[in-house]
Design a protein around this ligand. Structure first.
Ligand code: FEO
Length: 400
């Protein structure tokens, strides 16, 4: 047992007992350049309560942090807000070790945990909206289906006014600090946006309903404690506003030009198109797929109005990195975007058609297209510049 690892007291009755994953750089194809944390919380009521666990490989860290407060065998109640294994990975071990009186989860969670782990102990399903006295403390459980799994649940500790929000309001950011106000705010907002773009975007309609529900309930929030990244205590209003903004998917006067290239012909076109957009007063992000990760493209797209995609034709198809990106973006279901396609080719030139089909499949209307045979001439680059201006005008029509 590592005796140097300690729990962090976050309120009168609650300790953070999670794990810090400093070196994780990939989470389901999402590049996590700042690592992550798996947050678990120990609540000291008349009986000790554990909220969520951590990824299985961090079991010793979880147990060491709990042990800095009390013997983990004394845990009597476990609440599992989410079945995904970065939070439930140590649940079977904890049940085996502590033999708790009760384990709670959402109805879908109870079913999914059994399917994952074949847990011998009964998992008690809690009702949506149910308030329960647990070990002398009042908990309210809110189902958060599809935020981001069918089993996801929020647990609100009325006594301390803390919302344990599972993945929602989280971010992949490893840090020695536990609270939002101890960290650099622009970094936090960037990582929260990246998390939203890559994990939550497709559930945006559900986010809006959940925000409305929590607001109507009028519950006071002193802290939002997600399962990844820092605990929000100072900027709660701000993160709620950001979630509303991201969920509404309101576009801004911004375009993302994303491409890959073989001999830089498509690259030259991307540059000329972005110059056209910039000259017309549009904020532009240019991203080359062998240098920029798909998850960073998704992040940039969150508040953009236009997605311009460029690919050379390779073996009658798209450049592989572009196929990868389009598959990824399709799943995220961004809304309120307009599109354009471009690229170079040598003889067959199928790429533009495939790009168009992909964008239209994502309900992104293609407003402009251009294709260059072999290396673009100056005349072709002028046309690309003009195309940038044309897309800029469309953006200004959409974003007033
Ligand atoms: Fe962080 Fe859905 O698990």
């Amino acid at each position: 047992m590592n005796q140097h690892l300690k729990a962090v007291k976050i309120s009168d009755k609650v300790y953070w007992v999670g794990a810090i994953d400093w070196t994780m750089r990939d989470f389901h194809g999402y590049q996590t350049q700042r690592g992550s944390t798996y947050n678990a919380f120990l609540v000291i009521g008349e009986k000790p309560i554990l909220i969520d666990t951590v990824k299985a490989q961090f079991r010793d860290e979880l147990l060491a942090r709990i042990s800095s407060v009390m013997d983990p065998k004394r845990i009597q109640i476990i609440i599992s807000n989410h079945t995904e294994m970065d939070h439930s990975g140590c649940l079977p071990d904890l049940i085996e070790l502590a033999k708790p009186e009760k384990v709670f989860a959402s109805p879908n969670g109870a079913e999914a945990l059994n399917e994952h782990f074949k847990i011998s102990q009964e998992i008690i399903p809690v009702k949506d909206g149910e308030t329960m006295d647990l070990a002398g403390l009042k908990f309210t459980f809110l189902e958060a289906r599809m935020l981001h799994w069918p089993d996801s649940m929020f647990s609100y500790l009325n006594d301390e006014k803390i919302l344990f929000s599972s993945d929602a309001f989280g971010m992949h950011l490893a840090s020695s600090e536990r609270f939002d106000d101890e960290l650099d705010q622009p970094v936090l907002e960037y990582e929260a946006a990246k998390y939203y773009a890559n994990i939550i975007t497709l559930y945006s309609p559900i986010v809006l309903k959940a925000l409305e529900r929590v607001s109507k309930m009028g519950i006071e929030l002193k802290m939002i404690a997600p399962d990844h990244g820092p605990i929000w205590r100072k900027n709660i209003k701000r993160v709620l506003e950001l979630y509303k903004k991201w969920a509404e998917q309101r576009p801004t006067k911004k375009a993302v030009v994303v491409y890959d290239t073989m001999w830089n012909s498509t690259g030259k076109m991307a540059k000329a198109i972005s110059d056209g957009l910039t000259s017309a007063g549009i904020s532009v992000k240019v991203m080359k797929l062998r240098d920029d990760h798909r998850s960073d493209v998704a992040t940039e797209l969150l508040d953009a109005c236009a997605l311009l995609v460029g690919s050379p034709t390779l073996n009658n198809g798209l450049f592989p990195t572009m196929s990868d990106l389009l598959t990824y973006l399709k799943g995220l279901r961004f809304k309120n975007k307009i599109g354009a396609v471009f690229g170079s080719y040598g003889w067959s030139g199928e790429a533009n058609r495939i790009l168009k089909e992909n964008l239209e499949g994502m309900k992104i209307p293609v407003t402009a297209e251009i294709q260059s045979k072999f290396v673009p001439t100056q005349e072709m680059l002028d046309q690309c510049f003009a195309l940038g201006g044309q897309v800029a005008e469309r953006i200004k029509e959409v974003v007033k």
